[in-house]
Design a protein. Structure first.
Length: 904
């Protein structure tokens, strides 16, 4: 039988019943996530059909109706079978086998999971290998990559070419721990509970996975010194702690050396062996699930009475690891999106901007048609408002007015019959993780109902014409992209934004809202410098308080870039979009990260998003506390990043950059382990907590520019000059306090996720107060007067923390933990501190802190819903009335992140 014949005798089973909880979107099944605009499962079926495979059985389970609704319109011939309950891939395969056996199917069965990108090359290689090697079962293998080396199973193949097993990551990690322990025991080396735990943490950084994989060793380490060596030896001699393949033991190093191929989960069986293999599966594992990967071992290791292999199980290898890629998280899906986009023909890249926008009718219409849709109040419009803003009728009415207002503004300026799209970009609240996104830290944010809305229409040239629906506050904006870019021979973006010409222009136009539109358009043009980006006509309206710490400026950048991408038919992944926004805002002079833009773009209604940086990754999305509300209160103290406050913001960035460089220089033993500030932790450096404080003692509490230049090595020259170039000389920097704030804030931003998930809102509130203390510049004296707060991070302060950690006194040890230290970032104001002190005394207020980058703006208060009126009254009494300013207290509603308005 040739490869053509095998196609006619093969049916494809696609496993599509999983929930995909790590994708962070509980409303969309994982196989329905889109790859380059096409749902993953549909794209996969298309590729199989392109390889002339025509019969399909889809195993559905969780939200089966959504999967059917996705597949049926495009592939109505596909058969379905329902898996309930969902007990793993092996159980799904068994459900498929039962259905196929019931209809008497006896051909070949190709099994895939629906959550992956597959290219034709992978399918052809598997089919060809199955035939040529006369296999009873074949599985594809691809080389490991940096992305898959630590997350995908390895295929064990013996000298005769028989595939015998798939060695999963946890099994390799467990064996590495066992190998280390056995070597220690044989050599008689010192073995302590701490060294055991350090080794466990090295191979199993995730505590839950560690407990699941090596529970006996976790228990031994937790028991403390002296280690029970007899019990340890008994544990190591148990079957669980010896990795064997076909009865032979192997070390972790041997597995690494002997198993170069990884398992991308593409299998081909003779039907009779498929039925037999899935029937032999068991769920003797911690998860009590059945895994299809076990079929390799069950078939590959079977022998007859004479010791001969009963079945030919073959690993079919191919050299290209990217032709089949799975995804389990948004971050992994972004990698696939990048790969697909890069493979598009260059001609398409060059010609697409000459086309009309490839937007759906529900996203692109004339101004007159949009106004008609709003007035008609059709069901799909109502659904859109509920989907974006939740069930808040008053908010819906407010948003309808805003949309109508900005549409009429556009129509008056540019014409009612012009075709336009509408984009919205909400403000954001970062509950924890302030000032650390650019240090490789984490943020935890909500997108809020205060937002910027822009109506945009495509032009034939590269001019941007923008008007505001509030013309008395914001003058019209007009610029040509090519004219701005052509004024400087830029080689890269950072050189461009650091050029004297750009810095002079920003200085002369400080505070001009048009600079944020320029930031987005210029960054997009720089990113696609082989394509002429077409300009836009725009009308903008917004109600995000300006210079209040809610990212009003960033909403302009996000809205502009989003409109330009949609109208120019660019295809960016979420990661690319967010990075482009963050880097674009450098144009106005700030040097922060992309945390604000991630919050604006990725927010979800009623949810908190936990986002990491360097690399960007959406790590988790979870429900906001139901009984509590975030309240924002505006101090009316403005901190415009485009004017004087920018110097203070950027001086903190310089303290981060140069302080960390000095720490690495003076602690060379940790130099290679520290890439970002987030790496300065006991877990990463393999040290105890007091060692972190000793490291900080190597960095002076205050330094001048002259001192930085004197003590840092010559290799830091470029870093020094680029850091100083962003701001005026502040006379003194506070590198130690800034570093301590960042190290502690990164830990707080990570710790708070579990606190909020577990309902420990009060404990989270305590972290909010500590975090604000790191930005605090004033405090109340015993007589109630405000007094200046000095940098507390002296040598004596750090030595006291070291002593407290050694004291074994529970209270002192707890207070000396890294995440309990405020550090000294000092970007609050006396007014902000006064507001925080006012609300913090109210029972039912979990915590309060400054919102945003600081130097004015808003505070955020996390309070029980029943005490929100009391919070408002306290702020009026203690702050607004004495200051003679208008009360501005806003209970926040968490809404969907930025996107195109979409209803017909």
């Amino acid at each position: 039988m040739g490869s053509n014949g095998v196609r006619e005798e093969t049916l494809v089973v696609i496993l599509a019943a999983g929930k995909g909880t790590r994708m962070g979107n509980d409303e969309l099944v994982k196989v329905c996530f889109k790859i380059d605009g096409v749902p993953a499962v549909n794209r996969q079926i298309d590729v199989f059909k392109n390889s002339r495979l025509t019969r399909f059985l889809l195993v559905v389970g969780d939200r089966a109706e959504q999967v059917l609704g996705t597949v049926v319109p495009h592939h109505p011939e596909v058969m379905y079978v329902y898996q309930e309950p969902q007990l793993g891939t092996g159980h799904a395969a068994r459900v498929a086998a039962d259905a196929l056996r019931a209809i008497g199917y006896d051909g070949n069965v190709l099994v895939s999971t629906g959550d992956k990108l597959i290219e034709k090359e992978a399918i052809e290689t598997l089919l060809d290998g199955f035939v040529k090697q006369q296999a009873d079962m074949a599985l594809l293998t691809v080389p490991k990559t940096k992305a898959t080396a630590g997350s995908v199973g390895r295929v064990f193949v013996d000298r005769d070419g028989q595939a015998l097993d798939i060695i999963e990551v946890a099994d390799r990690q467990r064996q590495a721990v066992v190998d280390w322990l056995r070597a220690k025991l044989e050599k008689g080396g010192a073995l302590t509970a701490a060294s055991l735990q350090k080794t466990l943490d090295k191979h199993f950084p995730n505590a839950k996975k560690q407990q699941r994989a090596v529970p006996e060793l976790v228990e031994l380490a937790a028991a403390g010194n002296p280690l029970d060596l007899e019990r340890l030896r008994e544990t190591l001699n148990s079957n669980r702690y010896q990795l064997t393949v076909d009865g032979q033991p192997y070390s972790a190093q041997q597995i690494e050396r002997m198993c170069p191929g990884t398992n991308p989960s593409l299998y081909l069986y003779r039907a009779d062996l498929f039925y037999k293999a899935v029937g032999m599966l068991d769920n003797n594992n911690a998860q009590k699930e059945y895994y299809i990967t076990d079929t390799v071992r069950l078939l590959g290791c079977r022998r007859d009475n004479d010791g001969n292999r009963l079945h030919r199980v073959r690993a079919i290898s191919m050299d290209n690891p990217y032709c089949i890629q799975g995804f389990n998280s948004p971050d992994e899906l972004l990698v696939i999106q990048d790969y697909v986009r890069r493979k598009k023909p260059k001609e398409a890249e060059e010609t697409r901007v000459s086309e009309q926008p490839r937007l759906a009718a529900s996203q692109y219409a004339t101004v007159r048609e949009w106004l008609g849709r709003l007035e008609a109040d059709r069901p799909d419009a109502k659904r859109w408002f509920c989907q974006i803003y939740g069930d808040h009728e008053e908010l819906h009415a407010e948003k309808r007015k805003d949309l109508a207002k900005v549409l009429r503004c556009y129509g008056k300026e540019f014409g009612m019959d012009e075709q336009v799209c509408i984009v919205r970009a909400p403000g954001r609240i970062n509950l924890m993780g302030r000032h650390v996104d650019h240090r490789g830290g984490w943020t935890n944010f909500l997108a809020i109902a205060q937002e910027t809305i822009a109506v945009a229409g495509l032009r034939d040239d590269d001019t941007v014409q923008a008007v505001s629906a509030e013309p008395r506050r914001f003058s019209p904006v007009s610029f040509r992209v090519s004219e701005l870019m052509g004024r400087f021979a830029w080689s890269d973006w950072i050189n461009f934004v650091n050029s004297d010409w750009v810095r002079d222009m920003i200085y002369r136009t400080a505070g001009d809202w048009g600079n944020y539109l320029k930031a987005a358009m210029l960054r997009l043009q720089h990113g696609y410098n082989d394509v002429k980006v077409r300009g836009m006509n725009m009308a903008v309206v917004g109600n995000v308080p300006m210079a209040a710490g809610l990212s009003s400026s960033s909403t302009l950048v996000v809205a502009t870039l989003q409109a330009a991408i949609a109208l120019n038919n660019f295809d960016l992944t979420s990661r690319q979009f967010i990075d482009m926004c963050g880097e674009g805002e450098w144009f106005v002079g700030s040097r922060g990260g992309a945390g604000d833009h991630a919050a604006i773009y990725l927010g979800q209604r009623g949810k908190i998003a936990h986002v990491g940086y360097h690399p960007f990754a959406l790590h988790d999305v979870f429900d906001a506390p139901e009984d509590y509300q975030v309240v924002v209160a505006n101090s009316h103290i403005q901190a415009a990043k485009s004017s004087g406050a920018r110097d203070q913001f950027n001086s903190r960035i310089a303290a981060y950059n140069l302080g960390l460089a000095l720490l690495k220089q003076r602690a060379p033993e940790y130099r290679d382990a520290i890439e970002h500030l987030r790496d300065v932790t006991p877990a990463t450096l393999g040290c105890v907590m007091s060692d972190i404080y000793r490291l900080l003692l190597k960095v002076p509490q205050t330094m001048t520019r002259k001192q930085f230049r004197e003590v840092l090595s010559s290799e830091c020259h470029e870093l020094i000059e680029s850091s100083f170039a962003t701001h005026a000389d502040p006379e003194h920097y506070h590198p130690r306090g800034v570093l301590l704030f960042g190290i502690a804030e990164i830990l707080r931003a990570k710790k708070c996720v579990e606190l909020l998930k577990d309902g420990q809102v009060e404990a989270f509130g305590r972290l909010m107060r500590i975090s604000h203390d790191g930005d605090r510049v004033s405090t109340l004296s015993s007589d109630g007067e405000s007094c200046v707060l000095a940098d507390p991070c002296s040598d004596d302060y750090l030595r006291r923390l070291i002593d407290d950690l050694k004291s074994e006194h529970p209270g002192r040890v707890l207070a000396a933990q890294l995440d309990m230290q405020p550090g000294y970032y000092a970007c609050s104001t006396p007014e902000i501190d006064r507001m925080i002190d006012s609300v913090s005394k109210i029972p039912g207020v979990a915590g309060a802190q400054i919102a945003g980058a600081g130097l004015g703006g808003c505070i955020m208060v996390l309070a029980r819903r029943d005490v929100v009126p009391e919070v408002r009254n306290a702020l009026i009494r203690d702050y607004y009335r004495p200051a003679g300013t208008k009360p501005a207290v806003i209970p926040c509603i968490a809404v969907e992140g930025a996107g195109l308005v979409e209803f017909a």
